[in-house]
Write a protein that binds this ligand. Structure first.
Ligand code: SAH
Length: 349
């Protein structure tokens, strides 16, 4: 059986033609899937019975199996899903002034090994499939449909390294962005990478308008090496050279994510170094409060210290924003819910 979400409209057209139907039928099916958000083929009442039966024999709709849900005081909602092979993944729904934003995972676990991150506590098991990536977005949209609300934004910042599952992600985003699909605007879609330079170069060569965010988190190679192993493969010089290539082909402003790790990366020296890194580049720094992870020794900055570092950057004329803390009371940081659920599973088995 094949995931029907993995088919582009053209592929679905080819399929309906292969069973002797007119290509426009594909659009009807697509509308059922993405606009009317059908959970089963039987809901597709204006599609001929023989076509429905054929669809049922070949495809399934990835409805995702919810096993846990946590709703924070600020309405950040964390969904834990169990996949068909028993693996667990998580997605997060966040509410901002400008609307709802979905944060999705791209892999089961992660191999990037960032020292501060809960996702890396459990190594990558496998890449997510197209249906599982789109399935998360569809589940969250269907959840919002109950309140007649729409997903305004999509951020690919959940568990996993998006550029380590590149082809699948790109195809999934194309379908999510398609006017016949879920129709989330490209400029409302952001991909966050730890900095796999060759993949950034590849991304630069695509004609897409998705936003690019880089998990920078350090202002020099020694510090970044100690926090993010990927830096040893692609140090800052190589990373920024790839970003410069991206900027040549794309006029989108790059987000440089910078976790505030108290006493580690929030000193005057770091501000000076960041100034050098952003100088002359179309990029801004997004300061992110750190969600503490039990197994890790890193401390988050107090609000006062976060503002102090923000001011240090402002004084140096660096474009900077301070991200609002979301879902703190439900451990909403990357990989935390999944890591906890697996710990509980192991404890009871
Ligand atoms: N692998 C990708 C995307 C997943 S991580 C990347 O590295 O960008 C998404 C973001 O959450 C990254 O910026 C990551 O560094 C950050 N992050 C990881 N653990 C965190 C934590 N405990 N608190 C806050 N942000 C965290």
């Amino acid at each position: 059986m094949e995931e029907i979400y993995s088919l582009s409209l053209e592929e679905l057209q080819a399929y309906v033609q292969s069973i002797g139907q007119k290509p426009y039928k594909a659009k009807q099916i697509y509308t059922w899937l993405y606009k009317k958000r059908a959970c089963s083929f039987d809901e597709m009442t204006d599609i001929k019975k023989e076509v429905i039966e054929d669809l049922k024999g070949r495809f399934y709709i990835e409805n995702m199996r919810l096993v846990d849900i946590h709703i924070a005081k600020d309405k950040t909602t964390k969904f834990l899903f169990e996949l068909k092979d028993g693996n667990l993944i998580e997605s997060v729904l966040m509410v901002f002034d400008y609307g709802y934003s979905a944060c999705i995972s791209t892999q089961v676990g992660c191999n990037m090994g960032c020292k501060f991150c809960a996702s890396g506590l459990l190594k990558k098991v496998r890449d997510l499939s197209l249906g599982e990536i789109i399935g998360q977005v569809m589940y969250l949209q269907k959840y919002l449909d109950k309140e007649d609300k729409r997903l305004a934004n999509l951020v690919v910042m959940g568990t996993g390294e998006p550029f380590d599952n590149y082809d699948t992600l790109m195809k999934a985003l194309k379908i999510i962005n398609d006017p016949n699909g879920l129709e989330i605007g490209a400029r409302h879609i952001s991909i966050s990478t730890c900095g796999i330079a060759p993949m950034i170069r590849r991304f630069a060569s695509e004609n897409v308008q998705y936003n690019l965010a880089i998990s920078l988190h350090a202002s020099n190679d020694t510090l970044r090496d100690s926090l993010m192993p990927i830096n040893k493969a692609y140090p800052l010089k190589e990373l920024f050279s790839a970003l410069d290539e991206y900027s040549k082909t794309n006029n989108r402003r790059i987000t440089l994510e910078y976790l505030l790790l108290d006493g580690i990366n929030n000193l005057e020296k770091n501000a000076d170094e960041l100034k050098e890194l952003v100088k002359g580049r179309n990029a801004y720094i997004n300061l992110i409060p750190y969600n503490t992870v039990e197994e890790k020794d890193f401390r988050s900055c107090s609000e006062r210290k976060a503002l102090e570092f923000y001011d240090m950057l402002k004084k140096r004329d660096i474009a900077v924003t301070l991200r609002q803390k979301k879902g703190d009371d439900i451990n909403a940081a990357c990989g935390q819910l999944r890591a906890m659920a697996i710990k509980e599973r192991n404890a009871t088995s």
